[in-house]
Design a protein around this ligand. Structure first.
Ligand SMILES: C[S@@+](CC[C@H](N)C(=O)[O-])C[C@H]1O[C@@H](n2cnc3c(N)ncnc32)[C@H](O)[C@@H]1O
Length: 396
C-alpha cells in the first residue's frame, strides 16, 4: 500500500493518531489504512468519534491480531509469534534475558493479573486487578483509560489547568495525575523555570504520562508513584495544588483533601475538579444494571463522597470548610459521542473497572452484552461530560 500511495501514508504510532485533531486526521487519511492493531484501533476510534461508520463507510485492517483488537473488531491478520520464530530459525532467537515484544506484553499482563489471551486458559482467567486498590484498578485499565484521553480526560484536564492558571515559573502539585491530562498543560504554562510534580498510585498511567512529557520535552514535569495524601512537601509548599477527578477516591475525602491543602504555600491556590451531579448518568446506570445481573455491587463510598460536592454550591461550601478563602466554582461541559464499543472501553478503563473484578471471562462477556443492550435500548449515544472546577486560596 505504501508503494502505491506514498503521499497517503500516515507514519506514526497509536499516540500520534490519537493526538491528531479529527479534521487533520481526515485530511490525511482517505484510504482504509493498515498498521499494527493498536494503530488500527486509534484510527477506528477517531473515525467513530467523527461519526464515520466502520466498516460501513470505511474499512480498517490491522496487522497483528493483538488483544486490544477485541474491543473494536477491526479486520486483522493473526500472526503466530512462535510460528514466525520457528520458521525464522535460530538466528532470530532472542538472547537470554531479552524478552520479545510479545513476551513483554504477556509479562506486563501477568503483572497486572489480566488475561490477554483471546481464548481463556484452562480453568479460566478472571478479571482481576491484584490487591484491587484504586491504583491497581486504574493501572490495570491504563491502555483503555488512555483511549479516552483525547475525548474525555484531556479536555477536562486542560480546562482544570486553564482555571488554575499556573504562571511561568510557578511550582505545581498535580494530585491524582493519571496520564497527565492536567499536569501536561500546567507544565506547558509554568515553563522550564517552573516545576510540576505529578503524583498518582497507578503505575500504568504514570508511564503513559512520562512518555507524553518526554515527547514534548517537558523535563520539569516529573511523575511520581505515591499516595498523594502523604506526599512530602518541602519549603513553603506549592504555588498551586490541583486535583482533577480524584478527591472523591480518597478514603476520607475531608481529611485527605485537608492534607492536600497543607501542601499549598501561604496565599497559594487549591483547585479541584469533580463530576457535576448527573454527569455520565446514562452510561453509568446501564453499566451498574448490567453488572447487577451477575453480582451484588459492594457499597462504593466514593459515590457518597462525590454526592456531597457535585453542585456549585456544595463544592464552594466544602472548599470554604477546608479553610479556603474566596471559593469560586465554574462549570464546563464536553459531551462526546459514545458507541457500545467506546462505552465498554471506558467501563474497563476507569474506576468502574473495579465492578468487574473477580468475574470470570464468561461473566464479563455477559456483562458486556447486557451493557450493550441496555445503552442501545436507552438510546445513549453521547457521554454526558459535565464537570465543576472549584478554586480557593489557602494560607498554607
Ligand atoms: C479518574 S482518574 C483521574 C486522573 C487524571 N486526574 C485525569 O483527570 O485524567 C483518578 C485518579 O486518581 C488516582 N488516585 C486516587 N487516589 C489516589 C491517591 N490517594 N494518591 C494518588 N493517586 C490517587 C487514581 O489512581 C486515578 O489515576
Amino acid at each position: 500500500m505504501a508503494g502505491a500511495f506514498p503521499d497517503r501514508v500516515l507514519e506514526g504510532g497509536f499516540g500520534q493518531v490519537l493526538d491528531l485533531g479529527q479534521a487533520q486526521f481526515l485530511a490525511l487519511v482517505d484510504v482504509g489504512a493498515a498498521g499494527q492493531d493498536e494503530v488500527a484501533v486509534a484510527v477506528i476510534w477517531t473515525l467513530r468519534a467523527t461519526r464515520i461508520e466502520v466498516p460501513g463507510q470505511m474499512s480498517v485492517v490491522g496487522l497483528d491480531d493483538q488483544p486490544v483488537a477485541r474491543w473494536f473488531d477491526p479486520t486483522t491478520v493473526a500472526q503466530s509469534p512462535s510460528r514466525i520464530g520457528r520458521e525464522a530459525g535460530p538466528a532470530s532467537r532472542p538472547t537470554a534475558g531479552a524478552p520479545t515484544a510479545v513476551g513483554l506484553k504477556r509479562i506486563r499482563a501477568a503483572r497486572r493479573g489480566l488475561c490477554l489471551d483471546s481464548a481463556p486458559r484452562r480453568g479460566g482467567c478472571r478479571m482481576t486487578t491484584g490487591a484491587n486498590t484504586v491504583g491497581d484498578v486504574f493501572s490495570a485499565g491504563a491502555e483503555e483509560f488512555h483511549l479516552w484521553s483525547g475525548a474525555l480526560w484531556d479536555p477536562v484536564g486542560v480546562a482544570t489547568a486553564a482555571v488554575a492558571a499556573p504562571a511561568a515559573g510557578e511550582s505545581v502539585l498535580d494530585a491524582c495525575c493519571g496520564a497527565g491530562a492536567s499536569a501536561l498543560p500546567a507544565a506547558r504554562a509554568v515553563g522550564p523555570a517552573g516545576r510540576v510534580d505529578a503524583v498518582d498510585l497507578a503505575a500504568g498511567l504514570l508511564s503513559i504520562g512520562e512518555r507524553r512529557a518526554r515527547e514534548e520535552g517537558l523535563d520539569h514535569l516529573r511523575f511520581h508513584r505515591h499516595d498523594v495524601t502523604s506526599w512530602p512537601v518541602t519549603g513553603d509548599g506549592y504555588d498551586l495544588v490541583q486535583c482533577a477527578l480524584g478527591v472523591f477516591f480518597f478514603p476520607d475525602m475531608d481529611r485527605d483533601a485537608a492534607a492536600l491543602t497543607r501542601k499549598v504555600r501561604p496565599g497559594g491556590r487549591f483547585v479541584v475538579t469533580v463530576w457535576e451531579k448527573g454527569a455520565l448518568d446514562g452510561w453509568q446506570s446501564a453499566l451498574r444494571e448490567a453488572v447487577l445481573t451477575e453480582r451484588d455491587l459492594p457499597h462504593r463510598p466514593q459515590r457518597d463522597q462525590l454526592a456531597r460536592i457535585d453542585t456549585a454550591d456544595t463544592l464552594a461550601a466544602w472548599l470554604q470548610d477546608l479553610g479556603g478563602s474566596v471559593p469560586r466554582v465554574v462549570r464546563r461541559r464536553f459531551d462526546t459521542p459514545l458507541s457500545p464499543e467506546t462505552a465498554w472501553v471506558l467501563a474497563t478503563g476507569s474506576g468502574t473497572r473495579g465492578m468487574l473484578t473477580g468475574l470470570s471471562p464468561a461473566a464479563v462477556a455477559r456483562v458486556r452484552t447486557e451493557f450493550t443492550a441496555r445503552i442501545t435500548a436507552a438510546g445513549v449515544t453521547d457521554l454526558d461530560v459535565r464537570v465543576l472546577i472549584g478554586t480557593a486560596r489557602f494560607t498554607g
